[in-house]
Design a protein around this ligand. Structure first.
Ligand code: HAM
Length: 443
């Protein structure tokens, strides 16, 4: 019976693992150089962890189950609630600001589509308890851009689209939308780019019955710059303050030298329920892919999980859209680390019969190959031999296919305790004393 892989999951064959590791190694390297420390949590948590504040979309996509003790659990669809729980547990002893990163494997029962699967990896960076909110928001965005730049995505390839939940809330209040309708509206407004315009308008009209109000919301979401917002809502203090905050983040990003990546886009709302301030997403410029990453400020989340009111900001970047983009731009294969084998240990075609005493062979050529390869490995080298029965030329071909730096050939000379060492790049061969070769390895 053949059992297929589960829909929306991936098998990682060795070449796929090389790609996956390259992405994850890049995330980790950039996190560390930006001052983030790594953490992780469990793959499953209590179901209610993700029901409290993640929002309806995530709740609908949960893989949940009841364990034998009757506990309702769920596979993690994101790590931010776990982060909030873990920080709350040690809130008094952790030095602030907390700058942590993680690369969790996540699970969402989405309809699998281009760039969205049911199991994926997501890079998370978060800053909690910083005194300067603007600087922390800018640092999260800078670190995101640092990675994009590191892998060769320029501001011509991708854009950081920024807006603010505070700004949106102020605009909705200004338009006269009651506070208790905001959360449901955020969920709909977040979907604007993904829905056909007619469907979006129909759905908006269902939530906002006054057509003047609905039109104002649509007009706001199409504004192209912060000054345009100021013009439309010039006398609203809250709007002005939220605008100023966005401008300050932008100013910091300018100082950091990455402002060319950033644009203002009031249609960025974010689907998750816990965002409270600046929000952003990275999109490819062509615009035919889902968001590469998303994040923002979530100042109430730790409090919602029973902790103190403490400022927090961060972002999550999945590996799926990123991989599609890398393939489109030819960035992966160009950047993958070269596989380098230090030594390939080969033998000449003839059996050697070393140490024959009274017709008893003490060491076969295979014994020497195995012993020498083991010695090389124990000395820290990447060394191997051939499993295939074949002559020297076949073994040399295998060594070259495996990108070996050097090939050691065990031949007639071994009877005089000597090895042939062939430099695979130059083709130069030299005879080396076996004992000297071994002591050279140790030093
Ligand atoms: P999110 O917008 O749900 O945010 O996800 C962030 C990113 O994760 C997306 O932009 C995408 O790259 C990736 N992603 C999400 N769902 C899938 C999926 N089904 N398949 C593949 N990739 C996916 C969060 O998760 C927040 N917790 C991020 C955050 C951290 N905010 C503050 N700190």
């Amino acid at each position: 019976m053949k059992i297929p892989p589960v829909k929306g999951t991936r098998d990682f064959y060795p070449p796929d693992m090389v790609r996956r590791n390259w992405i994850i190694d890049g995330w980790k390297k950039v996190s560390v150089r930006n001052g983030f420390e790594e953490y992780d949590g469990p793959i499953f948590e209590y179901l209610k962890m993700f029901q409290i504040k993640s929002g309806d979309e995530i709740v609908e996509q949960l893989f949940s189950f009841e364990d034998r003790g009757g506990r309702d659990l769920a596979l993690r669809p994101e790590i931010t609630p776990t982060l909030a729980r873990m920080v709350n547990q040690q809130i008094n002893s952790l030095p602030k600001p907390i700058k942590w990163f993680s690369v969790p494997r996540l699970f969402r029962a989405e309809r699998p589509q281009k760039g969205r699967l049911r199991e994926f990896f997501q890079w998370n960076i978060d800053i909690i308890g910083a005194d300067d909110n603007v600087l922390a928001d800018a640092e999260v965005i800078f670190t995101t851009i640092d990675y994009l730049q590191e892998v060769g995505l320029s501001s011509k390839d991708v854009k950081v689209k920024m807006s603010s939940r505070k700004l949106l809330a102020a605009v909705l209040r200004n338009i006269g939308i009651p506070e208790d309708k905001h959360d449901a509206l955020y969920t709909l407004l977040d979907k604007k780019a993904k829905l056909p315009p007619k469907t979006f308008t129909e759905m908006l009209d269902k939530q906002v019955h006054d057509s003047k109000q609905a039109n104002k919301i649509k007009a706001f979401m199409e504004l192209e710059s912060v000054p345009h917002v100021e013009k439309m809502f010039s006398r609203d203090n809250e709007v002005v303050m939220a605008n100023d905050e966005l401008a300050e983040v932008r100013h910091r990003l300018d100082q950091m030298g990455v402002a060319d990546y950033c644009i203002f886009d009031p249609s960025i709302v974010r689907g998750l329920a816990y965002y409270t301030g600046v929000v952003f997403e990275v999109h490819d410029v062509v615009g035919d892919l889902r968001a590469i990453c998303g994040g923002g400020r979530f100042d109430n989340l730790l409090h919602d999980f029973g902790g103190p009111l403490i400022p927090a900001t961060g972002m999550g970047m999945g590996d799926c859209v990123l991989q599609i983009l890398f393939e489109q731009k030819g960035l992966i294969d160009k950047n993958l680390p070269e596989k380098q084998l230090d030594y390939f240990v080969a033998t000449v075609d003839k059996p050697l019969n070393i140490g024959m005493a009274d017709g008893v062979v003490e060491k076969t050529e295979e014994d020497i190959v195995v012993q020498l390869t083991a010695k090389l490995r124990l000395a820290g080298y990447f060394a191997t031999f051939s499993y295939k029965a074949g002559g020297l030329s076949k073994q040399l071909k295998e060594a070259s296919d495996r990108n070996a730096g050097k090939c050691i050939i065990i031949g007639e000379e071994f009877k005089n305790n000597q090895l042939v060492v062939k430099d695979m790049a130059t083709g130069k061969q030299e005879l080396v004393d076996y004992d000297k070769f071994l002591s050279g390895l140790k030093s």
